[in-house]
Write a protein that binds this ligand. Structure first.
Ligand code: TPP
Ligand code: MG
Length: 563
């Protein structure tokens, strides 16, 4: 409490003022929750109250908003929708995205009496949040909201949950003496840039400079820290190639001669080969998890490693370390750059030749797919067209499954201003996340890549995008099925699946462009590869939500990881 500054106000007034104070421009929700707060938002703020067609997509929109802007994304649900919202936090949890979820909860006067729609939702938020609390007294609005922003943005960012008393959070109607104080520092990631210990920086730098064949594996921490320019500069100064995790794909442009691509399971062959030939691997802002390391085979455990991370618990979790640097990635890389001995790069000339060979081999091997004129369209050609035609300041949002494999492996960012965000595993994440990203960054082109199975999940959100004129562009790699499942079902049938087994993973052919048009979005159907680039240009120029339905080859399978 702040004596002298408090004044009598409702929780709704306080919450509306605080969200506006933190710079929140949109909240994503399914009504009815915090209704009085919405009324106060209208009276007191310019916050857009985006109501969606499901709580999970509301959470994904908030997540996309957060990852695109670094500002916490806010989503809300009443008590009956709370677990739908919790399900939607799972991707943000896995990707370390600062999402703030607010739900209606229980009232102590009636709980355990079989209240309509009510269960105890709080435990379900436990595995997907950094902070999971109830707000039972209106006087706690200010400190709990501040703590939510603080927890979501600090350290390794992540989702938080505030459950407000009352199935619709009716505690917001009550009054108390409050001060809607905002700590602007916690309005975006990163609020702090912890300075690493100088000796640890020196130790890591010396190991890198001594190595003949070092490589960096850059993770999502590089994008959270905004450390791309420093990473590229250090890599150039010391001539160290860079592989990235899927989450860190935008750490370095794919077109950069030191970039070998995404390493791990959904990966590019050149990255796995380079990491496996390295004599020292430097993980930066990476969990060193199963996806990034192809289940700890790339690199093999035992490969000399160093690690830079803001989270002390991440350091050494999966790879024994020769040096570890605890701190902010941007600061750590700047310190290394300032002390870098550029002359040490000379000993890596042979390594550089090898890296350039691996890069060229990959392009040569996949050239036919990347430039394929086949009809139905080869998905690799979609990726290649996007590499060539994506606007310089675009935010690219990619679904999982084959979408993650195609784009992770085959798409190239061209500069450090392009962003790349990906589903951390949930099919259907990308389309609503793209709407959230566009809401957060209305002046930047947002281009979503999803499969048709992924698109079906939240197809109703076309209506939300149209209603709010949130003009993301969504390309649907439409093969009328979830063809990533093909290999798995072949294996399950002990070789080749039966024709009937296709009923497990195929759909009716549907023209999503027509569906989009019916709902009021721009719909473009693309059947020939040469029409992809003009369709993208037309969709971006339209300034309307657009769905580009690309008819692709159901037999095309993305390359699997090499070890
Ligand atoms: C929530 C969730 N359920 C199931 C899966 C498993 N899964 C991964 S890819 C996939 C099918 C993808 O189909 P589509 O989006 O059409 O892409 P395609 O493989 O056809 O390119 C499924 C069911 C998942 N990743 N997430
Ligand atoms: Mg499909």
């Amino acid at each position: 409490m702040m004596p002298g500054h408090n004044r009598k106000m409702t929780g709704a007034e306080c919450l509306a003022d605080m969200l506006a104070g933190y710079g929140v421009t949109h909240v994503f929700m399914v009504p009815a929750v915090l209704r009085r707060t919405f009324a106060e938002m209208e009276r007191r703020t310019r916050i857009a109250r985006v109501h969606c067609h499901g709580e999970k997509s509301a959470a994904y929109m908030a997540d996309g908003y957060a990852r695109a802007s670094g500002k916490p994304g806010v989503c809300m649900a009443q008590v009956i929708g709370a677990l739908n919202l919790a399900a939607g936090l799972r991707d943000g949890w896995l990707a370390h995205s600062p999402v703030i979820a607010m739900t209606g909860g229980r009232d102590p006067r009636t709980k355990f009496r079989k209240v309509y729609q009510e269960i105890d939702d709080v435990p379900a938020f436990e595995p997907v949040t950094k902070m999971n609390v109830t707000v039972d007294d209106v006087a706690r609005f200010p400190d709990m909201v501040r703590q939510a922003f603080r927890t979501a943005t600090t350290g390794t960012p992540g989702p938080v949950h505030l459950q407000f008393r009352g199935n619709e959070g009716q505690v917001d109607a009550e009054e108390a003496e409050m001060e809607p104080l905002v700590e602007a520092q916690f309005a975006r990631v990163p609020p702090f840039r912890p300075e690493p210990d100088a000796a640890s920086v020196k130790a890591a730098l010396e190991l890198l400079q001594k190595a003949q064949r070092p490589i960096v594996v850059a993770g999502g921490g590089v994008r959270a820290s905004g450390a791309r320019a420093e990473l590229v500069a250090l890599a150039e100064a010391l001539q160290i190639p860079v592989a990235t995790s899927l989450n860190g794909k935008d750490s370095i442009p794919g077109t950069h001669p030191l970039s070998v691509g995404v390493v791990g399971t959904y990966s590019r062959e050149s990255a796995n080969r380079a990491v496996n030939r390295a004599d020292l691997v430097c993980f930066i802002g990476s969990e060193t998890g199963g996806m990034t390391t192809h289940f700890w085979a790339v690199p093999a455990i035992g490969t000399p490693a160093i690690q830079i991370d803001i989270d002390p618990e991440a350091l050494g979790r999966n790879y024994p370390l020769q040096a570890s640097v605890l701190g902010d990635a941007k600061v750590a890389l700047s310190r290394m750059l300032a002390q870098a001995d550029k002359a040490s790069a000379k000993k890596r000339e042979a390594w550089m030749k090898e890296i350039s060979g691996l890069r060229n081999d990959w392009y040569a091997k996949y050239k036919a797919n990347l430039e394929s004129d086949a009809v139905p369209i080869h998905p690799a050609r979609m990726c290649h067209e996007l590499s060539l035609n994506m606007p310089d300041d675009a935010i690219v949002v990619v679904d999982t499954g084959h979408a993650g494999m195609w784009m992770g492996g085959m798409y190239d960012l061209r500069n450090v201003s392009q962003d790349y965000m990906r589903s951390a595993g949930h099919l259907g994440w990308a389309f609503p996340a793209g709407i959230g990203a566009k809401a957060a960054c209305p002046d930047r082109p947002v281009v979503v890549f999803t499969g048709d199975a992924g698109f079906w999940y939240h197809i109703g959100e076309i209506e939300t995008a149209v209603r709010w004129n949130i003009a993301s562009v969504t390309l649907v790699n439409n093969n009328s099925g979830g063809n990533q499942s093909k290999r798995g079902f072949d294996r399950a049938y002990g070789g080749e699946q039966t024709a009937q087994a296709r009923e497990l993973w195929t759909y009716r052919p549907v023209n999503f462009a027509r569906v989009a048009e019916e709902i009021g979005a721009l719909g473009i159907r693309v059947e020939k590869p040469g029409d992809l680039a003009p369709a993208l240009a037309r969709a971006l120029a339209s300034k309307r939500p657009a769905i580009i339905d690309v008819v692709t080859d159901i037999e095309a399978l993305a390359p699997t990881a090499v070890t």
